[in-house]
Ligand binder design. Structure first.
Ligand code: GLU
Length: 368
């Protein structure tokens, strides 16, 4: 059985319907304060926490006196601009009493589809988490056009969970789990406690969404679950509207858990292995030992570079005898790698004219 206690790094998705009162369009302050207490409780156990929060459009809409539904794209974008600043501030104020620093991170679909931007997002989020910050993530609705939008924070949250290597994703929702049919329409609908495999039968059960404010119905939640579990992250759907929903979950509140089959680390290694390399890096005997000991690949240990790869591209790593050791994502372009190979990190700035990014392949981006 999955539990919150087991998690080391958690991504929590908060839907608009929880944060913004449907009637008045006002922020639900008391609920947010209680959520902040839950976040502090989790952080106090040494867990990393990332929040993915919706609500910018719902909040901004009220301020701008825009209609409750059917906004044109540019109207939602304007609403998001006005609402996001309030949303971020609300989190900052709610978490401040616990001495928790928040940081706002706005992403678009392109940030996960383009490998270079993906690596950048990952590095920034990891840096923030490492500094003890709770990142508050949302889609950059103000610049994202229809074609390049997620449109729902369920999938965005799953993408963020995989990006930061979270081992759990909790979707705080207006339903307490995944049902065999829509429970509001079908009284015989049954809730699943655990789903180990998302079969076509399970997919057929995900009808339409039930909430007016939030975008994501069960369909997007299942898509999120698929992304998460493929990335080694267990996902739960639980009712978020109660006060302190995470404490409630820990105490056994209704939920559906989608179990990941592997851990985030293994899933990432598999992903790195699955890519077609765009170049080859041959390393010396010293580097082979260092890599097997779990270290990053430094330019000093590199003897030859082949191929025309860009930053973030997969490259094969070969031993001195030409035997393939594994592969990894290069932090430099092939041209840069050629210039810095055989040199120490301190020399990179002189060689390239800028400070560079340390190791040629970071150990987290390498699968041997
Ligand atoms: N990004 C949107 C917002 O903050 C919400 C999308 C969703 O409801 O899932 O308003």
């Amino acid at each position: 059985m999955a539990t919150l206690t087991a998690a080391k790094r958690l991504v929590i998705k908060i839907g608009s319907a929880l944060l913004v009162d449907r009637e008045s369009g006002a922020l639900r302050d008391e609920w947010l304060k209680a959520l902040a207490a839950d976040v502090a409780w989790l952080k106090g156990q040494g867990k990393d926490v990332v929040l993915v929060s919706s609500g910018s459009i719902a909040l901004g809409r009220r301020v701008l006196n825009l209609p409750q539904s059917d906004l044109a794209l540019e109207q939602s974008q304007a609403a998001a601009a006005v609402g996001q600043i309030r949303l971020a501030r609300a989190y900052q104020e709610a978490l401040n009493p616990y001495d928790i620093t928040t940081g706002q991170v706005l992403v678009t679909l392109e940030d996960s589809e383009n490998r270079r931007r993906y690596l950048n997002t990952r590095a920034t989020l990891n840096q923030l988490i490492g500094l003890g910050v709770v990142p508050i993530v949302n889609e950059n609705d103000t610049v994202a056009t229809d074609e390049i939008r997620y449109g729902d924070n369920d999938r965005l949250a799953a993408q963020i969970a995989v990006t930061v290597g979270a081992d759990q994703l909790i979707l705080l929702s207006d339903v307490d789990g995944f049902y065999s049919a829509n429970p509001q329409q079908d009284s015989s609908a049954l809730r699943f406690d655990i789903i180990e495999h998302i079969t076509p039968q399970i997919e057929a059960m995900a009808g339409e969404g039930v909430s007016g404010l939030s975008k994501g119905g069960m369909v997007t939640k299942l898509m999120a679950a698929k992304m998460a579990i493929a990335g080694g992250c267990t996902m739960a759907i639980t009712e978020g509207s109660v006060m302190r929903p995470l404490t409630a979950l820990e105490k056994g509140a209704n939920a559906t858990w989608f179990l990941a089959q592997s851990d985030p680390h293994q899933a990432r290694k598999r992903w790195i292995h699955s890519m077609k390399p765009r170049g080859e890096i041959t390393v010396d005997a010293g580097a082979v030992t260092a890599l097997h000991a779990g270290n990053s690949l430094l330019p000093a240990g590199v003897s030859t570079i082949k191929g025309a790869f860009g930053r973030g591209d997969p490259v094969a790593i070969l031993g001195p005898d030409g035997h393939k050791l594994g592969q990894g994502l290069s932090r430099y372009t092939a041209a840069e790698a050629l210039q810095i190979k055989g040199h120490r990190l301190e020399q990179i700035e002189d060689l390239l004219g800028y400070s560079g990014r340390g190791a040629l392949i970071h150990r987290d981006d390498m699968a041997l």
